[in-house]
Write a protein that binds this ligand. Structure first.
Ligand code: RIB
Ligand code: CA
Length: 319
C-alpha cells in the first residue's frame, strides 16, 4: 500500500488522475490539496468536490484548499483549454428533466490550509508519504519554506510538469505547471527530497483520441464514464482547433499510473534546474538527459518513455 497526497488544479486531466488513484487498490489517497493553476483555487476546490461526487464513496480523503497565487508571478489560468469552470462546464450541465447532472461529494473541506495539510500528512507518515503534484508547485514550495524538517520526511515528490527535448505547451520552452510558478518549481527541485518528474516528453507519447475515448466510455451507463465523457468535450475541441487532433493528453494520469504500474514507464537520472528570470525561456526546465553527461548529483528521475500498452491498462483500471 502506497500512501499518497495529491496536490491538484482540476483540470480535466487532473480528474482522470484523481479517479484513477481512487480506483487503484495499491494506493491510499490520504489527502487531496488544491492549488491555483488551470482555474483559480476556489474553482479548483469546487471541481474536486464534483470529481469525487462522481464516485460512490463512503469515506473520503481529507481535502484542503491551497494557495491562490504563485510565489512571484501573477496567475494565468488555462480555462481556455479545460472549459470556463475547468471541468468542461459540467457544473452547469442539466438533464432533460432540468435537474443538475453532477453533484458535489458529501464531504467537507478541512479547516487546515493546503500547506498545513501537506505538513500534517508529511509528519503523520514519516518517510512513507508520497506527494503527487499535478499542478503548479506553489503549495509544496510554501510548505518547504514553512517547515523544511517536516517536508524532508516525504518519501518522494512525483510531479507532472516540465519539458526537456519536446516543445512546451505554454511557450516554446515551458510547460504549464512549471511556467505558472517557476520559482516554486526551482525551490522544490533543489530541496533534496527525491523527485520523479513526468514531463511533456512522456505525456505527449500518450495520444488519447476522441474516437478511442468514445469507444471506451461513451454510452457506458456508469456515472464516472458519463462524467468523464461530458468533462472532456471542451478539451478535445480545443485540441481539434489548436493542437491538430480531436482528443487530448491525459498528462496527470501518468504519475499516478506509474505508482501502480511502474513497468510501463522508463526514467533517467538528471539534475534539473528551472529558469526563473528569462523572458523567452521563463519556466523552462533545464537538464541534460544524456546519462554520460551527468555532472551534478541528480536531483530527479525524469520519465522519458511510456509503453504503448499503457492506455489499454489505464482504461481497464478506470472502469
Ligand atoms: O501541462 C499540463 C499540466 O498543466 C497538467 O497538469 C494540466 O492539468 C495543467 O495543470
Ligand atoms: Ca493539472
Amino acid at each position: 500500500m502506497q500512501r499518497i497526497l495529491i496536490d491538484t488544479d482540476p483540470g480535466v486531466d487532473d480528474a482522470y488522475a484523481i479517479l484513477l488513484a481512487m480506483r487503484s487498490p495499491e494506493l491510499c489517497v490520504e489527502a487531496i490539496t488544491t492549488v491555483c493553476g488551470n482555474v483559480p483555487v476556489e474553482q479548483a476546490t469546487q471541481n474536486l468536490f464534483t470529481i469525487l461526487g462522481s464516485l460512490d464513496l463512503d469515506e473520503f480523503p481529507i481535502i484542503a484548499q491551497g494557495e491562490a497565487a504563485p510565489l512571484v508571478k501573477p496567475l494565468v489560468t488555462a480555462a481556455h483549454v479545460h472549459g470556463d469552470d475547468g471541468l468542461g462546464n459540467t457544473s452547469h450541465l442539466r438533464d432533460t428533466d432540468g435537474n443538475q447532472r453532477y453533484f458535489h461529494a458529501n464531504t467537507t473541506l478541512s479547516s487546515l490550509s493546503g500547506v498545513d495539510l501537506i505538513l500534517e500528512a508529511a509528519s503523520q507518515y514519516p518517510d512513507e508519504l508520497i506527494v503527487v503534484a499535478l499542478g503548479p508547485l506553489t503549495n509544496l514550495a510554501k510548505a518547504i519554506r514553512k517547515d523544511a524538517a517536516k517536508m524532508r520526511r516525504l518519501q518522494k515528490i512525483v510531479v507532472m510538469g516540465g519539458v526537456f527535448e519536446d516543445y512546451g505547451n505554454v511557450t516554446t520552452t515551458a510547460e504549464f505547471n512549471i511556467f505558472i510558478d517557476p520559482h516554486a518549481a526551482q525551490e522544490v527541485f533543489q530541496f533534496g527530497v527525491p523527485v520523479h518528474i513526468f514531463p511533456l516528453d512522456a505525456t505527449h507519447q500518450v495520444v488519447l483520441t476522441g474516437e478511442r475515448l468514445r469507444a471506451e466510455i461513451e454510452g457506458r451507463d456508469d456515472k464516472v464514464s458519463r462524467f468523464l465523457w461530458d468533462a472532456t468535450q471542451a478539451c478535445m475541441e480545443f485540441y481539434r482547433q489548436h493542437v491538430g487532433f480531436w482528443g487530448f493528453h491525459i498528462h496527470d494520469a501518468l504519475p499516478i499510473a506509474a505508482l501502480t504500474s511502474p513497468d510501463y514507464f522508463e526514467s533517467v537520472d538528471a539534475y534539473i534546474q528551472v529558469e526563473t528570470e528569462g523572458d523567452l525561456t521563463n519556466g523552462m526546465t533545464v537538464a541534460d538527459l544524456r546519462p554520460e553527461r551527468q555532472r551534478h548529483n541528480p536531483n530527479a528521475q525524469v520519465c522519458v518513455k511510456v509503453a504503448a500498452a499503457f492506455l489499454d491498462s489505464f482504461f481497464k483500471r478506470l472502469r
